[in-house]
Design a protein around this ligand. Structure first.
Ligand SMILES: [Zn+2]
Length: 220
């Protein structure tokens, strides 16, 4: 804990003064352009890997970068998605999984989670990805995990579309969805291409979006 408190003091003394103008602007308003949903894993730092400043991205983090399907039951993720889309008006949502994810490892290796009932219950929101991944043949445990991480991103993008605020913004063409997987060792990111349903290098294809081409609504 000492290093954390020391970090606060260092921030206040050395970093904050250089950013005081920005924080003055941000003191009473925020206007983030994107909602970034990723894992709680200590090695995944959204602002660092996207090089964004305070005020730039709205963030949800939880075990496994999960977005439960919409429900009227109270839920932190549901409320935060709704606020980001309906109030802040973000134009993009990124669901970002990552390599060596403990939550996805537990699912893909069918580890017993009897001693972690809360985690087990939470990860049920990834059951569709689990079913798809379990039905495939994988060359190795590492390949099975990599596939699980990607399938989970796809599953959570499906889940998020069940949220009314997201469905409406997609219908109105004011929101794009992105599915990423971040590799901790190399810093590289692959992104889901909604047109081909394949993950491609974000560096090579920076325009990649997961949102499928908007369907045209034909008059009857
Ligand atoms: Zn993780």
């Amino acid at each position: 804990m000492k290093s954390i408190v020391d970090g606060v003091l260092k921030f206040q003394k050395h970093t904050f003064p250089g950013l005081s103008g920005l924080f003055k602007e941000l003191a009473t308003a925020q206007n983030p352009s994107a909602l970034f949903i990723t894992c709680s894993d200590s090695r995944v730092v959204p602002e660092l890997l996207t090089q964004q400043d305070p005020g730039d991205i709205f963030v949800i983090r939880n075990a496994g970068n999960i977005v439960p399907s919409y429900s009227s039951a109270p839920g932190g993720v549901t409320a935060t998605v709704e606020y980001a889309v309906a109030v802040l008006g973000v134009s993009d949502i990124v669901v970002c999984g990552h390599s060596d994810c403990g939550a996805m490892t537990a699912i893909s290796s069918c580890k017993c989670l009897d001693h972690l009932p809360a985690v087990a219950g939470w990860l049920r929101h990834a059951d569709s990805a689990k079913a798809v991944n379990a039905a495939r043949i994988h060359a190795s445990p590492a390949a099975r995990l990599s596939s699980m991480v990607r399938e989970n991103v796809i599953a959570q993008l499906v889940n998020i579309k069940t949220h009314p605020s997201v469905a409406l913004a997609l219908e109105q063409g004011s929101l794009n969805l992105h599915g990423w997987v971040y590799d901790i060792e190399t810093g590289s990111i692959v992104a889901l291409d909604g047109a081909s349903n394949q993950f491609v290098s974000l560096a090579e294809f920076p325009q990649t979006v997961a949102t499928p081409a908007k369907r045209s609504v034909l008059a009857a």
